[in-house]
Design a binder for this molecule. Sequence first.
Ligand code: PEP
Length: 253
Amino acid sequence: MAAFVKPVIAGNWKMHKGPSQTREFFSRFIELREATADRTILFFPPAVSLAAAVEALAGRPDLLLGVQNSHWEREGAFTGEISPGMARDAGARFALIGHSERRHLFGETNEEVGRKVAAAFEAGLTPVVCVGETLEEREAGRLEEVILGQLDAAIEGIAPELVAQMILAYEPVWAIGTGVNATPEDAADAHGRLRRRLAERIGDDRAAEVPILYGGSVKPNNAQALLAAPDVDGLLVGGASLDPESFAAITRS
Ligand code: PEP
């Protein structure tokens, strides 16, 4: 169904790797992973390591960078936050928005996610919007209500041609960092629901352009099966993206 053919493999480092470890990671990763035109490869290092990453990747324009979070305002009295414009200036091209840890540990709401998505587009960043249900919500039969509600709020008021340029990530909360991945069938089911809702909102053709990534305990040994599932256009990888060998292996899946 998806017109998108080039898989996106993204690594979310969370609160791991300062500048020195970032340099070490990339010096090894670059040895392991030759430039490729058949995958889009993205990294989300901590913001303090972005400059080190930009420097380390100077000769590798195929390896792209983003931030793990960005605020909806351009600047102001928001201690500890970074704006999407600043992130872009520092070398980011993507912004992870609405990751489950932001939603569940830091209380980020659907409405805030929508504001962050709009601000990211305005600053010239591609938002990678994360949605996903908790185990409790899944067991209560609320999967569709939760993930479609998160999607609707994230794209509220955004022009369809911009929505078509974003990346979506389905990350069931119960699969993140737990070692229990969704089955390829579970992922295909959720991705299909998301794709149909996108089609209702922005039309079939545009909906087919949006890469929908699966995230949640992706490892080298399950990446290929997940990537082969219908409507799974890429992977968002947490723990296994911290090791150059395992992430390079996943990018080859
Ligand atoms: C994530 O942080 O987005 C993630 C999917 O983590 P993990 O791969 O460790 O489950």
